[in-house]
Design a protein around this ligand. Sequence first.
Ligand code: NAD
Ligand code: MG
Length: 402
Amino acid sequence: MTLAIQPVRPEPATAPRRLTILGSTGSVGCSTIDLIERQPEAFEIEALTANSSVRELAEQARRLRPNLAVIADETCYGELKEALAGTGVTAAAGAEALIEAAARPSDWVMAAIVGAAGLAPTLAAVRRGAAIALANKETLVCAGALMVAEIARHGATILPVDSEHNAIFQVLEPEQHEAVERIILTASGGPFRSHSREAMAEVTPAQAVAHPNWDMGAKISVDSATMMNKGLELIEAHHLFGLSEAQIEILVHPQSVIHSMVAYVDGSVLAQLGQPDMRTPIAYALAWPERMAAPVERLDLGAIGQLTFEAPDPVRFPALRLAREALRAGGGAPTVLNAANEVAVEEFLRGRTSFLSIADIVEHVLEAIPAKPLDCLEDVHQIDKEARALARRLTNGTADKG
Ligand code: NAD
Ligand code: MG
């Protein structure tokens, strides 16, 4: 068993840390900006990127004055350029510009794009050996082994931002890695934790995105509701911490106070606790190996009173089983799982398919596409494309049936 990510400790910072934020207009991106604006002397911004929220991106760029602001949607280029005229911030658009933003020199990259769309830019940051605060879990799910190999080859540093993985990163001593027996990823259980399957059949996108504990982007909120989020995190943890599928346990903990745990061979279990506020793991990843202040509500266990735990229900939440099966199958199976899930969630959010059909679609696509080995990134793109096309056909099928 080896630790897949071996962060290289930087020299103590003498100058402000230069940061690029990929996905700066999203939930994680905005929390990142909230933190750095409270400590302007500690950070400088190299580049900001967004998909199509051009007004928000321009507004952030006018405040933070990066060298570059990139909008992925090329039709928004004119508007971005005009909004940034006279500011000294270069405007750019399109997929290549996104990669350029990640590739230009900066000390730290916050990878906070949602979905496999984050793979190419994150990889560009990996290939220049950057320190990457990684929120974009889908990149590790769709191309895990290849990413881990590239991280090692280029000496990049991965700092997990996902709260569970950040918790494990905080309590896992790299020199004691061999003594880790298992890790326990906690899950809130999402908004439908106590719903029957019948009740889940009726849920709307608005209900699915209303998470009880965390305020997050739409896609991850739906993933939390189906518990596919925990399935993706299982695969993410496997790659980050070099643990087998059997060593990763999932435990429902509705209060989201214990963010995850590491169990050692001597029976010790170490946990990281805090309020469910992403600014804590983001602050940890931005300031690592030091710590910075974060304006989060302080944990008051006396006021909370009780922490409760329960086993996840594999019948009501089949996504967990699908993710375990995909991880065991290996090769392109997690790529297929991720791609089919992205399409199914998008279609659900558009009101074109039902909540329960999300896992059904993922299962059908996994059954239809054999788990081929992934030898290169081209293989990832190919399988991702194939899985998306099939998932689209299946969602259209369910829409036709009404
Ligand atoms: P979000 O939807 O709020 O924001 C996504 C960001 O990515 C936006 O800036 C958007 O403009 C950009 N983007 C979206 N599609 C893009 C594309 N095709 N090309 C380029 N840019 C694109 O998402 P989020 O909730 O901030 O999540 C971001 C990532 O962090 C996800 O991978 C998510 O799983 C992970 N994460 C989020 C949270 C959270 O609390 N929000 C917690 C843990 C992990
Ligand atoms: Mg998480």
